[in-house]
Design a protein around this ligand. Structure first.
Ligand code: DQA
Length: 147
């Protein structure tokens, strides 16, 4: 069975209580359940994880390349700051889709730049929690698995 990883960065563990006017009321476990439903529909195995630590995220990207066919990455604030995460994505031969709940381009200017997007297959942002199933379907399509 083909396996896909969904990796979430800092503060996304607080979804549901964190700035609900921006991120909504859906919690990360709710999003994980949506992802599991979508993966099940597509016949994919799914690993879903979150870390607040940049180094742990680097380790998880490196390890994803060993175990998964594709990675959906919401690197949260590290998107806009982390050369280390970009280098990790560049270092592995694994297709990565960058994902954000909010439309980062409609927010503060410092969120308009992503260090990671140029080394990704594509970017999905602004669709709230629905972006996660969208990204999984996009990855399945990219891998030639979607019907
Ligand atoms: C985010 C957008 C980032 O700019 C922000 O730092 C986050 C969440 C999103 O999903 O909308 O923590 O990645």
């Amino acid at each position: 069975m083909v396996s896909i990883a969904v990796l979430n960065g800092p503060n996304l563990n607080l979804l549901g209580q964190r700035e609900p006017e921006i991120y909504g009321a859906t919690t990360l476990p709710d999003i994980e359940a949506m992802c599991r439903d979508t993966a099940h529909d597509l016949g994919l195995k799914l690993e879903f994880s979150q870390s607040n630590s940049e180094g742990a995220l680097v380790d998880m990207i490196q390890s994803a390349a060993q175990h998964h066919a594709g990675l959906i990455l919401n690197a949260a604030a590290y998107t806009h700051t982390s050369v280390a995460l970009r280098d990790a994505v560049s270092a592995v031969s694994l297709p990565v889709i960058e994902l954000h709940l909010s439309n980062v381009h409609a927010r503060e200017e410092f969120r308009h730049r992503s260090w990671i997007a140029p080394v990704c297959v594509g970017v999905i942002c602004g669709f709230g929690p629905q972006g996660y199933p969208l990204a999984i379907r996009a990855m399945a399509g990219h891998l030639g698995l979607a019907g």
